[in-house]
Design a protein around this ligand. Structure first.
Ligand code: NDP
Ligand code: PMR
Length: 402
């Protein structure tokens, strides 16, 4: 079968990696990470929106417009007293918003009109161009530099974000890399295998640091979302396509995934790029649940993960062989029927960000054929509380939090 062949062909496009390669980290000054438009204040007088109405219904207090800086004209209209009390914009950080799901989500959120999206991206210019190309209004987004393959960059991003003065209301950990054809592992700045280092460890540090900011937010629907996937769940057909996700006893992670004194794989096995990605998604889903267990009750933050559908056209498959990239979308559209467009997937993730009905914490959301959301079941490994605790503790040490 041509598709099966495409799935197993060696890469015609990927660059062979010679031994250990360190991700480039662009060092920034405190200002360089913030878009020039970042001085624009987000406190706008807005007409009563769907959310405002919903907050009202649920007895949630409105936000009051704060004083404006000298850069903006006062916008409180005394002639319209009924509009004096309104909510502020809510701020959502989306990692990897320069393409695919992240970009489509940023676009869907920006359309809510009372939402400001902080696009946390490794390529500043690409993100700016992407935002323009999909027509996100200037006042609805800010690009800030974040390279998840460098823990120093993650810390710098958190500093820059705090300096911007914006409250943090929702964090979306979306960025990911997938290296299905790599023969040798590549590594993050700190020497962790790239897929787990970026998709899990970078996000783990980011989410842990920004938890304090989320706690401080007065927004009534504070959320922390970590994008998961069906392919990390072995209770599904897609999760049973080899190589299957399996974290084993986490011995490679304990060793630091460095490929020198330890295996680059979490379970201690031979390097396999496709498995490393799937393992990283299991880590994402376990991390969300551990956050929920540790912090939901105390903070009121809702922690969630999701499988948005198979978005077969995104840049995630950029390192796959050309034949795979050609056949994968029609295969998902017509054979598995698991295909979803970037636009639809973006709306789904935006729903998890802002829909009042998706407020339950500790949930892995999925959508059925009618595009209705439901709470899905995670695989045995992806819902193993003891493994989640161990993963948390080892990850804390690796990123320098313990
Ligand atoms: P894309 O490749 O289109 O998007 C990934 C994003 O992550 C890009 O913006 C990319 O930046 C960014 N990124 C990669 N490495 C880093 C880094 N070191 N620092 C900061 N940003 C980085 O893929 P998708 O949109 O498909 O993937 C988004 C999420 O959806 C992932 O978590 C993926 O696991 C998940 N997912 C995807 C599915 C699919 O079918 N596509 C299915 C299920 C889940 P840049 O633009 O600079 O490359
Ligand atoms: Mg899979 C219902 C069937 C289904 C679904 C929903 C997916 C989703 N896939 C399904 C079935 C199959 N896939 C079958 C039967 C095969 C064998 C022909 C198959 C193969 C396959 C490959 C080689 N599928 C893949 C790959 C990838 O390289 C993608 C991957 O694993 O990326 C990690 C992938 C995916 N299939 C999916 C989804 C959502 C992906 C990609 C993205 C992800 O999980 O993040």
């Amino acid at each position: 079968m041509a598709l099966q062949a495409a799935f197993s062909l060696p890469s015609a496009i990927s660059t062979p990696k010679e031994g250990k390669c360190t991700a480039v980290h662009i060092k920034e000054t405190s200002l360089a990470g913030i878009s020039v438009r970042d001085h624009l204040k987000d406190d706008l007088l807005l007409p009563t929106t769907t959310f405002a109405k919903d907050f009202k219904k649920r007895g949630v207090p409105f936000f009051v417009v704060r004083a404006q800086t000298a850069t903006a004209a006062p916008i409180i209209k005394d002639s319209q007293p009924e509009q004096k009390k309104t909510e502020r914009q809510f701020n959502v950080v989306v990692t990897g918003a320069s393409s695919g799901l992240g970009l489509a989500t940023a676009k869907a959120l920006a359309e809510l009109e009372n939402c400001h999206v902080i696009m946390a991206c490794r390529n500043f210019l690409k993100a700016e161009k992407a935002a323009k190309s999909v027509g996100i209004p200037k006042e609805n987004y800010t690009v800030m530099h974040l390279d998840l393959a460098s823990l120093e960059s993650v810390r710098q991003f958190v500093d820059n974000f705090r300096r911007s003065g914006r409250p943090l209301d929702v964090l979306v950990c979306n960025a990911a890399v997938y290296q299905p054809t790599a023969k040798e592992p590549s590594f993050t700045a700190e020497g962790f295998e790239l897929s787990v280092g970026t998709n899990h460890l970078g996000h783990f540090l980011l989410a842990r640091l920004l938890l304090d900011d989320l706690k401080q937010s007065d927004y009534p629907m504070k959320r922390l979302i970590i994008v998961g996937s069906i392919t990390g769940n072995t209770n599904t057909l897609a999760g049973n396509i080899p190589p299957k996700a399996n974290l084993g006893d986490l011995r490679g992670l304990v060793g630091g995934l460095n490929g020198v004194s330890s295996s680059p794989m979490i379970d201690g096995g031979e390097f396999d790029g496709a498995k490393a990605y799937k393992d990283s998604k299991v880590c994402n889903m376990l991390t969300m649940q551990e956050f929920h267990r540790r912090y939901h009750e105390e903070t009121g933050i809702a922690f969630a993960s999701l499988y948005p559908g198979c978005i077969a056209t995104t840049g995630l498959f950029r390192e796959h062989v050309p034949l795979f990239r050609l056949l994968f979308p029609p295969f998902q559209k017509y054979i598995t029927k698991g295909y979803v467009s970037e636009e639809e997937a973006g709306k789904r993730l935006a729903q998890v960000v802002s829909d009042p009905s998706l407020e339950k914490s500790g949930v892995y959301w999925s959508w059925n054929k009618n595009s209705s959301s439901f709470e899905n079941q995670l695989s045995k490994e992806a819902s193993d509380a003891e493994k989640a605790r161990k993963l948390w503790e080892i990850s804390e040490k690796l990123v320098g939090l313990a």
